[in-house]
Design a protein. Structure first.
Ligand code: SAT
Ligand code: MN
Length: 605
């Protein structure tokens, strides 16, 4: 590091300081700033982003202390084709991940990182995923040259001084997470609003518990505590230590008698996890409270039950489709401000808007690309993967249990995806192994949350396809082993739901949103053994009479269609599942082949 490099801090923790020095020597920033996570720091970071033109400050009467941001149009989503699991052994990445030998990847990326922060500030962000007060706090240090990442990480994770002190005092292990948008600034060179690089790499080194990211500042690619750590790296930690890192919301459900249950639900990105996590039940007397909307860390408690914690501190929700009639609690959360909105549209009075926020669009907007927009425009005003980034503490339905480092004991786990056909509204697994089979064969139509085609049916096991940090066959084995190594009778029941099934005319068979509370009620009624389900070839499916339809605007015929098991449609799934399983070779647990054989035989019978 050159002598004129200035830094705001030097750590007493030698391992940490030498890593920071090493990164600075490679990336060559002009200054180094250690984040403290204070309110003053938020002001100076956001001021700096406003000055750079990256942020526009929103009208304080509409959205206090909030900012609008438009990314480079080529940096709007996760880049799954540029995401790598660089395990030592290629086999450990499995057939569903991109792989490169760690040394080869490090060579490529070291060349990219060389001088990549020239003319820029290098930020050091100490963070913890989960609670600082937990028995074993899960630390990370993100180094980044992006002030946008600093602002977003301040919302999404617990960061700053307290975290750093604890890391230093206990000389704790932490996940080193290096990020650069890859746009060095020569002296006198004008900056752009959203620096990024055409070359992108999102890389996990599972054995070293280390993350390297280059070229993108989009959420899932750059906020490294989120998908890279809390899912990809944490899934490996969980495999090694008997716990689970899952792409699941966590909610608390209270019935009219005051009985409390907890449900986790794994749906792929942009399939309604945030909506379900803060749903307003349409059935009288039932209450849903929010614990998490995206990630659940699940451990076995002293009583043998599975306990789930949300390791995040904010919400990074899909904006379009979020409105007062679809997710009023998300609207109430963002209304309080302190938020960053990326790739949405700007109103003329300094507020934000997106498709689905209100029935009537404003007469004029500036769209996410900076162009004039009117209701006559043929393009959408907001990118389909535009996001709100907002503190979870502002959510009016946040459950007190959110602050419990021990988490909540799960009564049920739901899996779900977007499927126009085949998958009934709700199906219950016969046992944990069958539930693992359901998760392992989960399928969904692709969404705008990742680059690439939208609407293509793909297998997305446990909604974790882009986030499993090791061989997916071994990951299924880990699910099976969780029950084998513990008392399965204490485990949650598993269900497979599909809110998106259509009729012959393409209309949705189920209204979704608030009405999904009826399915939550059914799930809990099953947990308590209060209602009937019938055996079908694919699992236990309710008769329409087991669903509370009081006040529901759906005919019995339509509900029966939503719940029907179409043997012919299922028969066409079989070869697809077969092909999906075959690629795993001997890492696929044999019991999943047994499940498939059983399914086949029951469909033929
Ligand atoms: O960008 S994120 O990966 O955080 C959101 C998602 O795709 O789930
Ligand atoms: Mn997600």
């Amino acid at each position: 590091m050159s002598l004129d490099t200035i830094t705001t801090y030097r750590s007493t923790y030698a391992k940490l300081q030498s890593w920071v020095d090493e990164v600075a020597a490679l990336t060559k920033p002009s200054e180094i700033y250690w984040c403290e996570g204070s309110p003053e720091e938020w002001v100076s970071i956001t001021d700096k982003l406003v000055e750079a033109g990256t942020f526009k400050r929103l009208n304080a009467e509409k959205k206090p202390n909030s900012f609008y941001c438009a990314s480079d149009p080529n940096d709007v989503a996760r880049v799954e084709d540029r995401t790598y699991i660089c395990s030592v052994d290629e086999k450990d990445a499995g057939p569903t991940n991109n792989w490169m030998a760690p040394a080869d990847m490090k060579k490529i990326m070291t060349d990219l990182y060389d001088g990549c922060m020239q003319g820029r500030t290098m930020y050091v962000i100490p963070f913890v995923m989960g609670h600082l007060e937990s028995d074993n706090p899960m630390f990370g240090i993100e180094i980044t040259d992006s002030a946008y990442v600093v602002a977003s990480m301040t919302v999404m994770a617990r960061i700053g001084k307290d975290v750093l002190s604890k890391i230093e005092e206990t000389e704790a292990d932490y996940v080193p997470a290096l990020h650069s948008f890859g746009a060095p600034l020569a002296e006198g060179q004008a900056d752009v609003k959203w620096p990024c690089n055409d070359t992108k790499y999102i890389v996990q080194f599972p054995e070293e518990r280390m993350i390297w990211s280059f070229g993108s500042s989009y959420g899932g690619n750059a906020l490294l505590g989120k998908k890279c750590y809390a899912l990809r790296i944490a899934s490996v930690m969980g495999r090694d230590n008997g716990w689970m890192a899952e792409h699941m919301l966590i909610l608390k459900l209270t019935n009219p008698e005051g009985v409390v249950k907890y449900i986790a639900a794994g749906f792929p990105s942009a399939c309604g996890k945030t909506n379900l996590a803060m749903v307003e039940p349409t059935i009288p007397g039932w209450k849903v409270e929010t614990i998490g909307d995206d990630i659940a860390w699940i451990r076995v408690g002293a009583d043998g039950r599975l306990y789930a914690v949300n390791p995040e501190f904010g919400l990074f929700g899909v904006a379009p489709g979020t409105g007062w009639d679809t997710n009023a609690n998300a609207m109430r959360t963002i209304e309080q401000g302190n938020s960053v909105f990326t790739n949405v549209a700007l109103t003329d009075d300094g507020d934000i808007w997106w498709e689905g926020m209100t029935d009537e669009p404003p007469a004029h907007l500036t769209d996410w690309k900076g162009n004039d927009w009117t209701p006559e425009s043929t393009e959408l005003s907001s990118h389909a993967n535009s996001r709100f980034c907002t503190p979870i503490k502002q959510c009016p339905t946040l459950a007190d249990e959110y602050d419990d480092p021990n988490g909540v004991p799960l009564d049920a786990i739901l899996f779900g995806g977007r499927r126009k056909t085949t998958i009934p509204l709700v199906t219950e697994a016969r046992d944990w192994t069958h539930g693992t089979f359901m998760g392992a064969t989960l399928s969904s139509e692709t969404t705008a949350a990742a680059t690439g085609a939208v609407g293509i049916v793909r297998r997305d096991p446990m909604a974790m396809l882009p986030f499993i940090g090791y061989d997916a066959g071994d990951y299924f084995g880990h699910w099976i082993n969780m029950a084998k190594n513990n008392d399965e009778s204490k485990f949650p029941k598993v269900f497979y739901v599909n809110w998106f099934r259509r009729d012959e005319d393409g209309g949705f068979l189920w209204p979704g949103f608030g009405e999904n509370s009826r399915i939550l009620k059914y799930v809990i009624d099953r947990v308590e053994g209060k209602v009937e389900a019938r055996e079908t070839p694919i699992g236990l499916v309710p008769p329409a009479s087991s669903i509370d339809t009081d006040g529901l605007d759906v005919t019995t015929e339509q509900l029966e269609k939503a719940l029907s098991v179409n043997v012919d449609e299922w028969k066409t799934e079989i070869p697809q599942i077969n092909e999906w399983f075959e690629q795993f070779g001997d890492t696929l647990p044999a019991v999943l082949w047994t499940e498939l054989d059983g399914l086949k035989a029951r469909l033929e019978a």
